[in-house]
Design a protein around this ligand. Sequence first.
Ligand code: ATP
Ligand code: MG
Length: 451
Amino acid sequence: MADQNNKAKVQKINGVRGMNDLLPADAAQWAHLEHVLRDLTRAYGYEFLRTPIVEATTVFQRGIGEVTDIVEKEMYSFEDRLNGEQLTLRPEGTAALVRSVIENNLLYEGPKRLWYTGPMFRHERPQRGRYRQFHQFGIEALGFAGPDIDAEIILMGQRLWDELGLKGVRLEMNSLGQANERAEHRAALVAYFEKNQSQLDEDSQCRLLSNPLRILDSKNPEMQALIEGAPKLLDFLGEESLKHFEAVQALLKANNIPCKINPRLVRGLDYYNLTVFEWITDELGAQGTIAGGGRYDPLIERMGGKAAPACGWAMGMERVLELMKVSESLPEPQAQCDIFVLHQGGETLTAAMIIAERLRSAGIDTILFCPPDGQSASFKSQMKKADASGAAFAVIIGPDELAKNEASLKDLRGTGEQKTVSLDGVLEAAIDALVRSEEHTSELQSHSFIS
Ligand code: ATP
Ligand code: MG
């Protein structure tokens, strides 16, 4: 007793707020999404590129722009203790990818279609669909100037939502034209808001000076009428910009992709030009944008590369998985293994381990029972574990069986039938039994997503 009282209670350590563990129960859903994403990128000829999680802070300052939510207040930045370099955990993928493309001269032989995925970090207020570490999947098409590639990347998104069985995702699109057109619009916008300055809320007063375009982004209901009456960027687009925008829309229409023109869609970042778009759902509450992107022709040159056009989009994987849950399109949980092997320790363990290895070599997923106390456990408690694993069959090796060079093969899901096989014949019997059971369930499996 005294011992126990003297023992200081060791405090448990929690994870960082807004940064989540991926637990085994959800791992299959992520694997499924990643699988679909890999197939999608292959279907369109996009190549994978991975950048480090840490970059020099300037990559994002230049690549995203100083006057943005991300750079102003969301970045995890720190000084490298050894050399004082300013570093940042990447908040998004595009700037780092462009840094890598320039550094590795990837556009030397012509345009590139690329994709990436991985964790991103933003210091935001954690809530449903908004985390401090979250995951993005993104595609970037670099070196293509035409509206064909804008349409292609949008088709990829639509195909993805269809593959994933997502319901109620709508596409909203706008054109931001070119810098000179935006400058004219901006002047008209500033004049309009200055004329109506008394109606601006505090936030918008600030934005009027720093980035008046972002007033259009305001969610304040009292500002909506004012915003509705503001000069529209679309009315300031020149012939070339309009032609590009119309061509994208025509290609989408030819492919039966519905889209809504939203003149208020501006997407914060100032390097965007021409086409910008978002995929939005009403199913996820306030965090309804599952993906967004557009054209960013000025970026590569701005990052120090040879000028080249570019466009792409990024999607929030947590939000997409959440929408899959709402749409009831998540894959069924899968069994942990095909076969579960039971034994009674000692020589039966040795035989069981050899058989488990033999099964795995033949491509059969196998869990070998290991007693938690390192000694042994009753067949009854082992059988509970076997059932919980979802295995189709159990291989049972007890001392009596082993003495006769035999094992039992038990059907766990169907008839419950148990039959005796020779130790040497376990593999063959297991394959035979699995093939039969798969024939039996193939009708069900044809409904599964993973093909
Ligand atoms: P939001 O307006 O929701 O803050 P954003 O414009 O900052 O989004 P992007 O930088 O365009 O987002 O990132 C692309 C996608 O990444 C978003 O559409 C969203 O699905 C996802 N995303 C962005 N921030 C987060 C976050 N903090 N947590 C989870 N997902 C996020
Ligand atoms: Mg944001």
